[in-house]
Design a protein around this ligand. Structure first.
Ligand SMILES: Nc1ncnc2c1ncn2[C@@H]1O[C@H](COP(=O)(O)OP(=O)(O)OP(=O)(O)O)[C@@H](O)[C@H]1O
Ligand SMILES: [Mg+2]
Length: 337
């Protein structure tokens, strides 16, 4: 039977699948639309199509985001979504369903029961064998950091739901933490900011679009975007110019919180590793690291070198992909989990 080796990340915002020898073959929103309820639910769309239905569905159709703040909260929806994604990556013509082996990125430091939830989701979606890897380890691998050596690397992943921070040495985590700052919280902050400044209420998807299109941590950026929302005073539809400097004002405090959390982890760094951390600095991944100015802001607060990946949203899944076929490294990582 043919074997397919893949790596998967089921993130709060996006789910990505890497296929051996092909690269990232799927990246879609972590979203499911279904009709009915209870045992009579049936999936009508997943990913991009499900997201496009958000807020526009008739009564009997519901769109859910099954991962919240980094963790799977709707197991059934997640399984349904993953089954569909596994079908999509199968070769166009196959006689027998291939044996699929997956490396699955999970939030760092899950309990045994939580790990079982993640395993079950992919096993029931058609994967035959699964190996779990902590997001911070996958992030370090994505940066090609020498995780098996002493002081292998200091990494941060700022995702759609959570930010994970860890100092990694000899395949394990020396110190680290997760904070629930991510894209979703930043969208809410931006929504509140626009209500306060312009009396404009926008939806979460609009807030995300503003963040992704003109979001910045530079306070001298003059770009702007016209957005539609509701004027909260007149309760009528309204169009408003939102400026990049608005995003800076609303979002900077969240990146400062991330910097504080990173500082907290560096403070716990054993003296033996301190000089190596000061020298190589911190490696930053996750989609929210795409905002212009992140390197500057973190660098100024932390006073250590900051390296942001070119495609930060793909670092974890690419890192997990590097474990495919690498039994020795998997064994070393497992022995530290
Ligand atoms: N250009 C951009 N500027 C700012 N943020 C961006 C940009 N592009 C994408 N993002 C944000 O990146 C986030 C998605 O990143 P990523 O795929 O790393 O998260 P995730 O893996 O789904 O979430 P998590 O790991 O927290 O569960 C979204 O919140 C998205 O809005
Ligand atoms: Mg992620």
């Amino acid at each position: 039977m043919a074997t397919m080796n893949i790596a998967i990340e089921i993130g709060t915002s996006h789910t990505s699948v890497y296929l051996e020898s092909a690269g990232v073959v799927l990246r879609e929103p972590t979203a499911v639309a279904y009709v009915g309820d209870g045992d009579n639910k049936s999936v009508v769309a997943v990913g991009e199509r499900a997201m496009s239905m958000m807020g526009k569905t008739p009564d009997k159709t519901t769109v859910v985001c099954p991962v919240v703040d980094g963790y799977i909260v709707d197991v059934d929806a997640c399984k349904a979504m993953m089954s569909e994604y596994i079908k999509r990556i199968l070769p166009v013509s196959y006689i027998f369903f291939p044996k699929i082996k997956a490396i699955l990125v999970t939030p760092t430091g899950l309990t045994v029961d939580e790990r079982k939830v993640y395993e079950d989701v992919v096993l029931q979606a058609g994967v035959a064998e699964v190996t779990l890897v902590d997001n911070v380890i996958a992030t370090a691998l994505g940066f090609d950091l020498p995780i098996a050596s002493p002081a292998g690397g200091f990494v941060v992943n700022i995702g759609g739901g959570i930010t994970e921070i860890a100092l990694i040495s000899v395949c394990g985590i020396i110190s680290g933490c997760s904070v629930n700052v991510g894209g979703s919280m930043m969208d809410r902050a931006l929504m509140d900011y626009l209500v306060g400044k312009y009396g404009l209420k926008v939806g979460g998807l609009t807030a995300r679009r503003i963040r992704e299109e003109i979001g910045t941590l530079y306070n001298n950026d003059v770009s702007y975007l016209e957005v539609k929302g509701i004027n909260i005073n007149t309760l009528t539809p309204s169009t408003q110019c939102v400026y990049a400097e608005d995003t800076c004002a609303a979002l900077l405090p969240y990146y400062a919180r991330i910097a504080d959390a990173i500082q907290g982890v560096t403070n716990l760094c054993p003296p033996e590793l301190s000089s190596s951390v000061q020298g190589s600095g911190v490696f930053v991944a996750g989609g929210c690291a795409k905002i212009p100015g992140v390197e500057k802001v973190l660098g100024e607060i932390l006073e250590i070198p900051v390296t942001v990946a070119e495609e930060p949203e793909l670092v974890s899944v690419l890192g997990a992909g590097k474990l495919i076929g690498n039994k020795d490294l998997i064994k070393q990582i497992r022995s530290q989990q």
